[in-house]
Design a protein around this ligand. Structure first.
Ligand SMILES: [Mg+2]
Length: 333
């Protein structure tokens, strides 16, 4: 692709004869040649064309070559265009024009030696092409880096989700539970946990097969998320057929309300379960624990008690919610 690129050289000279001579000289090279007869004309051409190198006569009426260069230097779009000054005056001039992009300025002295001009132009154009190739490669690299970043974000997002149900996984629960515990501890707010377990799920899988079992897990997870309603951050798959809901700033009554809604909504899904020992449809049992985190209680105790409550719900008939308000218990002591 870069081979197809043809460089454009702008020749700026107030003397027609010089323009003709320089243009003729460059005709044998593989370049576009544009001409300007004054500084003003040159600036107009530079603003509307993509110029790779400028041959700039220093001695011109109205605006001399250094003034033109000064203007180019002041513009971000033009300050990197290489300039070869063409001058009849002494070499002292090399020190007049400073501050232009390093390496982008050179001088040629009249009378011009053709071979010297050609070789200087070649060097500049080669540098120019290399710079363009590097620029292209850089922008490609940048694209690749951005794609990789996106993929990495996607991977780390997926790593946080349960592959089957799309709710957060156990690892994220452990993380969020720790964070919410600390936050509620600081703010002296209630933290409630609901453990949810599908009733007779082994029998369900045995009856309908594991694929149908997976579908049921997906439906149950969706219904829990929908019922909790506040944010996905609060529903997690805890184990096989077990889910956990984390409810910061929620007291015991609030947690019972949400748990009972989850239980009723899942029953209302009417997922047929002909080998459930308690109902025609798939049901869940729920265990709740609530506390205001403090030094009086271990983080894991809250979880253990929710788990115990879940088993109480199972033992006492399933398709029900059982809970314990630890805060109340501690206040009573
Ligand atoms: Mg002149």
């Amino acid at each position: 692709m870069e081979n197809e690129y043809i460089s454009t050289v702008l020749i700026v000279d107030d003397t027609e004869a010089n323009l003709i001579a320089l243009s003729a000289l460059l005709e044998s090279e593989d370049v576009n040649v544009l001409q300007a007869r004054s500084g003003n004309e040159a600036l107009k051409i530079i603003l509307t064309n993509k110029i790779d190198i400028i041959l700039l006569d220093v001695q011109m009426p109205d605006m001399d070559g250094f003034e033109v260069a000064e203007i180019l230097r002041g513009n971000n779009k033009t300050k990197t265009i290489p300039i070869i000054f063409i001058t009849a005056i002494s070499k002292e001039e090399e020190y007049i024009f400073k501050g232009y992009e390093l390496g982008a300025v050179d001088y040629l002295y009249k009378p011009i030696r053709n071979e010297l001009l050609k070789s200087k132009i070649k060097v500049f154009l080669r540098l120019n092409k290399q710079a363009k190739i590097i620029e292209e490669k850089n922008s490609k690299l940048e694209m690749i880096i951005n794609e990789l970043k996106e993929k990495k974000d996607e991977i780390s997002r997926l790593a946080r989700l349960d592959g089957l149900t799309g709710v957060f996984n156990r690892r994220v629960f452990d993380e969020n539970f720790g964070n919410e515990w600390a936050r509620c501890f600081r703010n002296k707010k209630y933290l409630s946990v609901i453990m949810i377990d599908i009733d007779f799920f082994k029998q369900y899988n045995d009856t309908y097969g594991h694929l149908v079992g997976d579908d049921a897990l997906i439906l149950v997870a969706k219904e829990i998320v929908k019922t909790v309603g506040r944010s996905y951050d609060e529903v997690f798959r805890y184990g096989g057929e077990e889910f956990v809901v984390l409810l910061p700033n929620t007291d015991y009554q609030g947690a019972i309300f949400i748990a009972e809604n989850i239980r009723k909504n899942i029953e209302k899904l009417e997922i047929e379960h002909r080998n459930s020992e308690i109902a025609k449809y798939l049901t869940v049992s729920l265990g709740i624990s609530t506390c205001v985190p403090s030094d009086n209680i271990e983080k894991m105790t809250l979880l253990d008690i929710a788990d115990n409550m879940l088993y109480d719900a199972k033992r006492s008939g399933r398709n029900r919610t059982t809970g314990k308000n630890l805060d109340k218990l501690m206040n009573n002591i």
